[in-house]
Write a protein that binds this ligand. Structure first.
Ligand code: B12
Length: 301
Protein backbone atom coordinates (compact mmCIF):
# COMPACT_ATOMS: atom_id res chain seq x y z
CA UNK A 1 0.00 0.00 0.00
CA UNK A 2 3.09 2.26 0.10
CA UNK A 3 2.43 3.49 3.62
CA UNK A 4 6.11 3.80 4.54
CA UNK A 5 6.06 1.87 7.82
CA UNK A 6 8.63 -0.82 8.59
CA UNK A 7 6.08 -3.12 10.23
CA UNK A 8 2.34 -3.14 10.86
CA UNK A 9 0.56 -5.52 13.24
CA UNK A 10 -2.98 -5.91 14.55
CA UNK A 11 -4.43 -6.66 17.98
CA UNK A 12 -7.88 -6.55 19.50
CA UNK A 13 -8.81 -3.27 21.21
CA UNK A 14 -8.91 -5.12 24.54
CA UNK A 15 -7.62 -4.57 28.05
CA UNK A 16 -4.45 -6.68 28.22
CA UNK A 17 -2.65 -7.87 31.40
CA UNK A 18 0.20 -5.36 30.77
CA UNK A 19 -2.28 -2.49 31.04
CA UNK A 20 -2.70 -3.37 34.72
CA UNK A 21 1.03 -2.79 35.39
CA UNK A 22 0.45 0.94 35.11
CA UNK A 23 -1.57 0.94 38.33
CA UNK A 24 1.25 -0.23 40.60
CA UNK A 25 3.85 1.76 38.59
CA UNK A 26 1.94 4.93 39.41
CA UNK A 27 1.12 3.86 42.99
CA UNK A 28 4.86 3.48 43.66
CA UNK A 29 5.53 6.92 42.17
CA UNK A 30 7.85 5.47 39.49
CA UNK A 31 6.58 8.05 36.99
CA UNK A 32 8.22 10.89 38.98
CA UNK A 33 6.84 14.25 37.90
CA UNK A 34 5.20 12.97 34.68
CA UNK A 35 1.74 13.96 35.95
CA UNK A 36 0.21 13.34 32.53
CA UNK A 37 0.72 9.61 33.10
CA UNK A 38 -1.49 9.86 36.19
CA UNK A 39 -4.14 12.17 34.74
CA UNK A 40 -5.16 9.88 31.90
CA UNK A 41 -4.47 6.62 33.77
CA UNK A 42 -7.95 5.13 33.57
CA UNK A 43 -8.12 5.80 29.82
CA UNK A 44 -4.57 4.50 29.34
CA UNK A 45 -5.61 1.21 30.90
CA UNK A 46 -8.84 0.84 28.93
CA UNK A 47 -9.01 1.40 25.16
CA UNK A 48 -12.82 1.43 25.31
CA UNK A 49 -12.62 4.65 27.36
CA UNK A 50 -10.56 6.20 24.58
CA UNK A 51 -12.87 5.02 21.81
CA UNK A 52 -15.99 3.07 22.82
CA UNK A 53 -16.53 1.73 19.26
CA UNK A 54 -12.96 0.41 18.97
CA UNK A 55 -12.70 -3.25 17.99
CA UNK A 56 -9.11 -3.43 16.70
CA UNK A 57 -5.82 -1.59 17.09
CA UNK A 58 -3.39 -1.32 14.18
CA UNK A 59 0.13 -0.73 15.48
CA UNK A 60 2.64 0.80 13.07
CA UNK A 61 6.39 0.89 13.60
CA UNK A 62 8.91 3.20 11.97
CA UNK A 63 12.65 2.47 12.14
CA UNK A 64 14.72 5.47 13.25
CA UNK A 65 18.13 3.81 13.31
CA UNK A 66 20.84 5.37 11.16
CA UNK A 67 24.27 4.12 10.22
CA UNK A 68 26.13 5.78 13.12
CA UNK A 69 28.02 4.34 16.11
CA UNK A 70 26.40 3.61 19.46
CA UNK A 71 26.90 5.78 22.55
CA UNK A 72 28.79 3.01 24.33
CA UNK A 73 31.47 3.27 21.60
CA UNK A 74 31.83 7.09 21.71
CA UNK A 75 33.95 8.08 24.69
CA UNK A 76 35.50 11.46 23.80
CA UNK A 77 35.23 13.58 26.97
CA UNK A 78 34.84 16.86 25.06
CA UNK A 79 31.67 15.57 23.49
CA UNK A 80 28.16 14.82 24.64
CA UNK A 81 25.46 12.36 23.64
CA UNK A 82 22.02 13.10 22.25
CA UNK A 83 19.74 10.07 22.06
CA UNK A 84 19.44 8.51 18.62
CA UNK A 85 15.70 9.15 18.45
CA UNK A 86 16.31 12.88 18.66
CA UNK A 87 18.93 13.39 15.94
CA UNK A 88 16.42 14.24 13.26
CA UNK A 89 12.87 15.55 13.09
CA UNK A 90 10.31 15.07 15.84
CA UNK A 91 8.71 11.65 15.31
CA UNK A 92 5.27 12.91 16.33
CA UNK A 93 5.37 15.26 13.36
CA UNK A 94 6.77 12.65 11.00
CA UNK A 95 4.42 9.81 11.92
CA UNK A 96 1.12 11.67 12.37
CA UNK A 97 0.66 12.45 8.66
CA UNK A 98 1.74 8.90 7.76
CA UNK A 99 -0.91 7.49 10.08
CA UNK A 100 -3.49 9.93 8.68
CA UNK A 101 -2.59 8.73 5.20
CA UNK A 102 -3.18 5.15 6.38
CA UNK A 103 -6.62 6.20 7.69
CA UNK A 104 -7.46 7.77 4.31
CA UNK A 105 -6.65 4.45 2.63
CA UNK A 106 -8.90 2.64 5.12
CA UNK A 107 -11.71 5.13 4.43
CA UNK A 108 -11.24 4.58 0.73
CA UNK A 109 -11.53 0.79 1.16
CA UNK A 110 -14.29 0.82 3.79
CA UNK A 111 -16.14 4.14 3.76
CA UNK A 112 -17.56 5.24 7.11
CA UNK A 113 -14.96 3.44 9.24
CA UNK A 114 -14.25 5.18 12.55
CA UNK A 115 -10.52 5.63 13.22
CA UNK A 116 -8.48 7.45 15.86
CA UNK A 117 -4.75 7.95 15.52
CA UNK A 118 -2.14 8.22 18.30
CA UNK A 119 1.59 8.61 18.32
CA UNK A 120 2.26 9.43 21.92
CA UNK A 121 -0.42 12.09 21.47
CA UNK A 122 -3.03 10.76 23.90
CA UNK A 123 -3.70 8.43 26.86
CA UNK A 124 -2.74 5.19 25.13
CA UNK A 125 -0.11 2.59 26.11
CA UNK A 126 1.37 2.03 22.70
CA UNK A 127 3.78 -0.72 23.73
CA UNK A 128 0.97 -2.83 25.20
CA UNK A 129 -0.75 -2.94 21.80
CA UNK A 130 2.58 -3.47 20.07
CA UNK A 131 3.31 -6.49 22.26
CA UNK A 132 -0.19 -7.94 21.95
CA UNK A 133 -0.24 -7.53 18.17
CA UNK A 134 3.01 -9.42 17.71
CA UNK A 135 4.87 -6.29 16.61
CA UNK A 136 7.66 -7.59 18.80
CA UNK A 137 8.21 -8.71 22.34
CA UNK A 138 8.59 -6.37 25.30
CA UNK A 139 12.24 -6.55 26.27
CA UNK A 140 13.59 -6.47 29.81
CA UNK A 141 14.39 -2.80 29.14
CA UNK A 142 10.63 -2.44 28.35
CA UNK A 143 11.29 -1.57 24.70
CA UNK A 144 9.50 -3.40 21.90
CA UNK A 145 12.02 -5.54 20.03
CA UNK A 146 11.65 -7.16 16.62
CA UNK A 147 14.05 -9.96 15.69
CA UNK A 148 15.04 -8.29 12.40
CA UNK A 149 14.51 -4.59 13.11
CA UNK A 150 15.78 -4.47 16.70
CA UNK A 151 14.24 -1.87 19.01
CA UNK A 152 15.03 1.44 17.29
CA UNK A 153 11.36 1.79 16.49
CA UNK A 154 8.80 4.52 16.94
CA UNK A 155 5.28 3.30 17.50
CA UNK A 156 1.98 4.73 16.40
CA UNK A 157 -1.49 3.22 16.73
CA UNK A 158 -4.81 3.43 14.91
CA UNK A 159 -7.92 2.54 16.90
CA UNK A 160 -10.69 1.41 14.58
CA UNK A 161 -14.20 -0.01 14.74
CA UNK A 162 -13.25 -2.53 12.06
CA UNK A 163 -13.13 -6.11 13.27
CA UNK A 164 -9.72 -7.15 11.94
CA UNK A 165 -7.89 -10.47 12.23
CA UNK A 166 -5.28 -10.21 14.95
CA UNK A 167 -1.65 -11.18 14.37
CA UNK A 168 0.02 -13.87 16.51
CA UNK A 169 1.97 -12.76 19.58
CA UNK A 170 5.75 -13.04 19.34
CA UNK A 171 7.54 -15.01 22.09
CA UNK A 172 9.97 -13.25 24.43
CA UNK A 173 13.53 -13.69 23.13
CA UNK A 174 15.39 -11.97 26.00
CA UNK A 175 16.16 -15.34 27.55
CA UNK A 176 18.73 -15.17 30.35
CA UNK A 177 20.31 -11.97 28.97
CA UNK A 178 20.55 -9.09 31.44
CA UNK A 179 22.80 -6.78 29.36
CA UNK A 180 20.38 -3.81 29.60
CA UNK A 181 19.89 -4.20 33.35
CA UNK A 182 23.64 -4.52 33.99
CA UNK A 183 24.60 -1.58 31.74
CA UNK A 184 22.19 1.04 33.10
CA UNK A 185 24.43 3.50 35.00
CA UNK A 186 21.65 4.50 37.42
CA UNK A 187 20.10 1.03 37.91
CA UNK A 188 16.83 2.40 36.56
CA UNK A 189 15.74 -1.07 35.39
CA UNK A 190 14.98 -2.21 38.91
CA UNK A 191 13.86 -5.64 37.76
CA UNK A 192 13.25 -7.18 34.32
CA UNK A 193 10.42 -5.29 32.52
CA UNK A 194 10.28 -2.54 35.15
CA UNK A 195 11.70 0.97 34.90
CA UNK A 196 11.91 3.45 37.73
CA UNK A 197 11.59 6.54 35.53
CA UNK A 198 12.88 8.74 38.36
CA UNK A 199 16.31 7.14 37.88
CA UNK A 200 16.20 6.82 34.07
CA UNK A 201 18.67 9.19 32.36
CA UNK A 202 16.11 9.73 29.63
CA UNK A 203 13.59 11.03 32.17
CA UNK A 204 16.18 13.07 34.06
CA UNK A 205 17.52 14.84 30.97
CA UNK A 206 14.19 15.35 29.15
CA UNK A 207 11.18 15.31 31.47
CA UNK A 208 12.56 16.35 34.84
CA UNK A 209 12.51 20.07 35.59
CA UNK A 210 14.87 21.76 38.05
CA UNK A 211 17.95 20.36 39.76
CA UNK A 212 19.00 16.74 39.26
CA UNK A 213 20.04 14.99 42.48
CA UNK A 214 23.89 14.93 42.57
CA UNK A 215 24.08 11.15 43.06
CA UNK A 216 22.17 10.68 39.76
CA UNK A 217 23.82 13.58 37.91
CA UNK A 218 27.21 12.02 38.66
CA UNK A 219 26.09 8.90 36.78
CA UNK A 220 24.72 10.71 33.74
CA UNK A 221 28.10 10.56 31.98
CA UNK A 222 27.95 12.43 28.67
CA UNK A 223 24.17 12.42 28.27
CA UNK A 224 22.84 15.76 27.08
CA UNK A 225 19.37 14.59 26.05
CA UNK A 226 17.82 11.14 26.41
CA UNK A 227 19.76 7.90 26.73
CA UNK A 228 20.41 4.91 24.48
CA UNK A 229 22.47 2.65 26.74
CA UNK A 230 19.84 -0.04 27.44
CA UNK A 231 19.27 -0.36 23.69
CA UNK A 232 22.91 0.05 22.60
CA UNK A 233 23.93 -3.03 24.59
CA UNK A 234 20.95 -5.14 23.46
CA UNK A 235 22.20 -8.07 21.33
CA UNK A 236 19.11 -7.67 19.12
CA UNK A 237 20.37 -4.23 18.05
CA UNK A 238 23.79 -5.45 16.89
CA UNK A 239 22.59 -5.89 13.34
CA UNK A 240 19.68 -3.46 13.35
CA UNK A 241 19.12 -2.07 9.84
CA UNK A 242 19.33 1.65 9.10
CA UNK A 243 16.41 3.70 7.83
CA UNK A 244 16.54 5.51 4.50
CA UNK A 245 14.21 8.23 5.81
CA UNK A 246 15.79 11.64 5.46
CA UNK A 247 13.79 12.96 8.42
CA UNK A 248 15.71 10.80 10.93
CA UNK A 249 19.24 11.44 9.65
CA UNK A 250 21.28 13.41 12.21
CA UNK A 251 21.04 17.16 11.88
CA UNK A 252 24.35 18.93 11.62
CA UNK A 253 25.88 19.03 15.14
CA UNK A 254 23.45 16.59 16.77
CA UNK A 255 25.49 13.38 16.53
CA UNK A 256 27.92 13.20 19.48
CA UNK A 257 28.33 17.00 19.51
CA UNK A 258 31.26 18.95 20.86
CA UNK A 259 30.12 20.37 24.22
CA UNK A 260 31.41 23.81 23.32
CA UNK A 261 29.57 23.97 20.01
CA UNK A 262 26.38 22.52 21.43
CA UNK A 263 26.39 25.01 24.31
CA UNK A 264 26.86 27.90 21.88
CA UNK A 265 24.04 26.60 19.77
CA UNK A 266 21.61 26.35 22.70
CA UNK A 267 22.61 29.79 23.98
CA UNK A 268 22.42 31.56 20.64
CA UNK A 269 19.92 29.59 18.57
CA UNK A 270 17.28 28.27 20.96
CA UNK A 271 14.41 27.95 20.04
CA UNK A 272 14.62 28.89 16.33
CA UNK A 273 17.56 26.55 15.61
CA UNK A 274 15.61 23.66 17.17
CA UNK A 275 12.45 23.81 15.07
CA UNK A 276 10.78 20.40 14.61
CA UNK A 277 13.42 18.84 16.88
CA UNK A 278 12.54 16.60 19.89
CA UNK A 279 15.17 18.55 21.87
CA UNK A 280 12.70 21.37 22.46
CA UNK A 281 10.98 19.14 25.03
CA UNK A 282 13.80 19.76 27.54
CA UNK A 283 13.56 23.54 27.07
CA UNK A 284 16.54 25.87 27.07
CA UNK A 285 17.06 25.66 30.84
CA UNK A 286 16.99 21.87 30.77
CA UNK A 287 19.56 21.67 27.98
CA UNK A 288 21.88 24.15 29.71
CA UNK A 289 21.50 22.26 33.01
CA UNK A 290 22.43 19.02 31.24
CA UNK A 291 25.46 20.60 29.53
CA UNK A 292 26.72 21.79 32.93
CA UNK A 293 26.39 18.29 34.39
CA UNK A 294 28.13 16.65 31.41
CA UNK A 295 31.00 19.15 31.67
CA UNK A 296 31.37 18.39 35.37
CA UNK A 297 31.30 14.65 34.71
CA UNK A 298 33.97 15.06 31.98
CA UNK A 299 36.27 16.99 34.30
CA UNK A 300 35.97 14.47 37.13
CA UNK A 301 36.59 11.64 34.66
C1 B12 B 1 6.39 7.67 29.82
C2 B12 B 1 7.30 7.28 28.69
C3 B12 B 1 8.67 7.30 28.92
C4 B12 B 1 9.27 7.52 30.30
C5 B12 B 1 9.09 6.23 31.13
C6 B12 B 1 9.62 4.98 30.42
C7 B12 B 1 8.80 3.74 30.64
N1 B12 B 1 9.47 2.62 30.51
O1 B12 B 1 7.61 3.79 30.90
C8 B12 B 1 10.73 7.91 29.97
C9 B12 B 1 10.85 9.43 29.89
C10 B12 B 1 11.79 7.42 30.94
C11 B12 B 1 10.88 7.31 28.58
C12 B12 B 1 12.08 6.97 28.02
C13 B12 B 1 12.22 6.43 26.75
N2 B12 B 1 11.27 6.35 25.81
CO1 B12 B 1 9.39 6.64 26.17
N3 B12 B 1 7.52 6.72 26.39
C14 B12 B 1 6.77 6.92 27.42
C15 B12 B 1 5.29 6.79 27.04
C16 B12 B 1 4.71 8.20 26.92
C17 B12 B 1 4.45 5.96 28.02
C18 B12 B 1 5.08 4.62 28.46
C19 B12 B 1 4.27 3.96 29.53
O2 B12 B 1 3.09 3.70 29.35
N4 B12 B 1 4.88 3.69 30.71
C20 B12 B 1 4.20 3.08 31.81
C21 B12 B 1 4.92 1.83 32.25
C22 B12 B 1 4.14 1.12 33.36
O3 B12 B 1 4.93 0.99 31.11
P1 B12 B 1 6.24 0.25 30.58
O4 B12 B 1 7.47 0.86 31.12
O5 B12 B 1 6.07 0.10 29.11
O6 B12 B 1 6.14 -1.11 31.36
C23 B12 B 1 5.50 -2.27 30.89
C24 B12 B 1 6.18 -3.49 31.38
O7 B12 B 1 6.55 -3.28 32.72
C25 B12 B 1 5.04 -4.49 31.25
N5 B12 B 1 5.23 -5.59 32.17
C26 B12 B 1 4.97 -5.60 33.47
N6 B12 B 1 5.30 -6.80 33.97
C27 B12 B 1 5.76 -7.55 32.95
C28 B12 B 1 6.22 -8.84 32.94
C29 B12 B 1 6.61 -9.39 31.71
C30 B12 B 1 7.12 -10.79 31.70
C31 B12 B 1 6.54 -8.60 30.51
C32 B12 B 1 6.95 -9.17 29.19
C33 B12 B 1 6.09 -7.27 30.57
C34 B12 B 1 5.70 -6.78 31.80
O8 B12 B 1 3.85 -3.82 31.48
C35 B12 B 1 4.11 -2.44 31.54
C36 B12 B 1 3.00 -1.72 30.83
O9 B12 B 1 3.01 -2.04 29.46
C37 B12 B 1 5.39 6.06 25.64
C38 B12 B 1 4.36 6.47 24.59
C39 B12 B 1 3.00 5.90 24.86
N7 B12 B 1 2.00 6.74 24.84
O10 B12 B 1 2.86 4.71 25.10
C40 B12 B 1 6.82 6.40 25.16
C41 B12 B 1 7.61 5.29 24.48
C42 B12 B 1 7.46 4.05 25.31
N8 B12 B 1 8.98 5.77 24.57
C43 B12 B 1 9.72 5.47 23.56
C44 B12 B 1 11.10 5.74 23.45
C45 B12 B 1 11.73 5.64 22.07
C46 B12 B 1 11.84 6.07 24.59
C47 B12 B 1 13.38 6.14 24.72
C48 B12 B 1 14.13 5.12 23.89
C49 B12 B 1 13.88 7.57 24.38
C50 B12 B 1 15.35 7.82 24.67
N9 B12 B 1 16.27 7.31 23.87
O11 B12 B 1 15.70 8.49 25.61
C51 B12 B 1 13.53 5.90 26.24
C52 B12 B 1 13.61 4.39 26.56
C53 B12 B 1 13.63 4.12 28.04
C54 B12 B 1 13.06 2.74 28.35
N10 B12 B 1 13.93 1.75 28.48
O12 B12 B 1 11.84 2.61 28.44
C55 B12 B 1 8.93 4.67 22.51
C56 B12 B 1 9.32 3.18 22.65
C57 B12 B 1 9.42 2.41 21.33
C58 B12 B 1 9.81 0.98 21.57
N11 B12 B 1 10.51 0.40 20.59
O13 B12 B 1 9.49 0.37 22.56
C59 B12 B 1 7.44 5.02 22.93
C60 B12 B 1 6.43 3.92 22.66
C61 B12 B 1 7.07 6.31 22.15
C62 B12 B 1 6.69 6.04 20.70
N12 B12 B 1 5.47 6.37 20.33
O14 B12 B 1 7.44 5.51 19.92
N13 B12 B 1 9.66 7.12 28.00
Amino acid sequence: MGLGFDKVAISKASCFPEHEALKSWLAHGLHGSMDYMERGASKRMNPKEVMPEAKSVITCALNYNTDHPYSVDCKDSGRGWIARYAWGDDYHEVMSPMLQHFVEKIHHLVPGTICKVYVDTGPVMERVFAKNSGMGWMGKNTCIIDKKLGSWLFLGVIFTNLELKEDPIVPDHCGKCTACIDACPTQAITEPYKIDARKCISYLTIEHRGEIAPELADKMGSHLFGCDICQDVCPWNRKAPATALEAFQPRDGFFNPSLKKFEERVEKEYPTGFKHSPLKRAKREGLLRNIKIVRRNASTG
